[in-house]
Write a protein of this length. Structure first.
Ligand code: NAD
Ligand code: ZN
Length: 357
């Protein structure tokens, strides 16, 4: 068994982003080579762009989060990054798409081949360059997890480079950075942590460490979504902690039914991960009644919304594709329903559930 690894160093609190330059000084002194920044495109031309401690010779890659990362897109980043000298540090500033793009590209800087060669468990051989993660959106736990999710159109799968080397070496957790996120986006991504934890605590494969992280993350999410404003300074700080704990938990446990159904939506309709989870949770209320009810309560309280009517015009071929891309997720489905999950999730039952979306 490969031992689990977690993030080694942290800065946490309002305003700590301004200390990034200082943190990088240490890296620049330790090793020759540029810093490679991966920054969410949303920040282009914004105040944060000017605050990036970019020096001559460094690289700045803008990450477009319109679509979630693909193996092809990562190969493009890797080709550009490989053309430069080995970096003294890789820094990601953004949401899950940006954090994952930097993780995947960093692995390809010390390991030959293409992104898809490392989709799976413990395939990365050599440690990546030193990585610093700066999340600007809380919930996916990508800042803490040992994976970086990429879709691979050629193989028809969505899978990360699950490896101890994928984990960030250091995090700069500054809740000020999440203040500008759109409300619905903030809700959906925050709910990702909530849903991870609900699924993992309801599953059969458990361990006490992951349970403890999950329970605390869940408690924090509830405090945030039950508060008067989920985006107050205090709430954004709590959500950042919940995301980190949820991400730590998920590396050591399994999700359940919501993620496979959300993955189905993602493969067929290109629905983004977090909003897909919210849509799926609503349709899976018979399996997670308390969580589904809580989500509706949170939505009302926070004046946020989850789209409806996704499958309104879908025909049999679409439902067939949805079934296939859901049922392949054997591990989480058996975590939730046991090894004979196919007897419960018949094609008819799955179509009925998707029909509610
Ligand atoms: P995202 O990266 O997809 O970004 C969503 C939107 O928010 C984008 O338009 C982005 O530009 C914008 N945004 C980000 N920060 C902002 C800010 N501070 N102000 C204004 N706008 C901002 O969002 P996400 O939900 O964090 O990430 C989703 C991705 O994470 C998916 O690709 C999913 O597969 C992945 N994921 C990874 C893990 C993991 O463990 N690695 C776990 C769950 C999900
Ligand atoms: Zn998730």
């Amino acid at each position: 068994m490969i031992p689990s690894r977690t993030v080694g160093r942290f800065l946490f609190g309002s305003g700590v982003f301004s200390q990034l330059e200082e943190r990088l000084k240490e890296r620049r002194e330790a090793l020759d080579g540029p810093v490679m920044f991966f920054v969410d495109n949303w920040f282009r031309g914004k105040e944060l762009e000017r605050a990036i401690p970019l020096r001559e010779g460094d690289a700045l890659f803008w990450v477009d989060a319109t679509d979630e990362p693909t193996t092809e897109g990562i190969d493009v980043f890797a080709a550009m990054a490989r053309a430069m000298a080995q970096p003294c540090a890789v820094v990601a500033v953004g949401g899950g798409c940006t954090l994952d793009s930097a993780k995947a590209t960093a692995n390809l800087l010390t390991n030959p081949g293409a992104a898809e060669d490392y989709q799976g468990w413990d395939l990365v051989r050599c440690p990546a360059p030193y990585k610093i993660g700066v999340p600007t959106l809380s919930g996916t736990g990508a800042e803490a997890s040992r994976t970086c999710v990429m879709s691979n159109a050629r193989k028809g799968l969505k899978l990360g480079m699950n490896s101890q080397y994928t984990v960030y070496d250091e995090l700069v957790l500054d809740p000020d950075l999440t203040a500008t996120v759109a409300r619905d986006q903030y809700f959906h991504t925050g709910m990702d942590t909530y849903i991870h934890c609900v699924e993992s605590l309801a599953g059969a494969y458990r361990n006490a460490l992951a349970d403890a992280w999950s329970r605390e993350a869940l408690r924090l999410c509830e405090e945030v979504f039950e508060s008067a404003d989920m985006m107050s300074d205090e709430a954004r700080e709590k959500m950042m902690v919940a995301s980190f704990l949820g991400g730590s938990a998920i590396g050591n446990s399994l999700v359940g039914l919501v993620h496979p159904f959300s993955a189905g939506l993602s493969m067929v309709f290109h629905t983004h991960h977090c909003v897909g989870n919210c849509i799926a949770l609503r349709a899976l209320a018979e399996f997670y009644p308390e969580a589904a009810e809580a989500q509706e309560r949170f939505l009302r309280k926070q004046n946020a919304s989850v789209p409806v009517g996704l499958t309104r015009d879908a025909g049999p071929e679409i439902f067939d594709a949805l079934y296939k891309s859901t049922i392949i997720h054997e591990k989480p489905l058996s975590n939730a329903l046991g090894s004979d999950f196919r007897q419960i999730l018949t094609p008819g039952r799955v179509a009925e559930i998707f029909g509610r979306m």
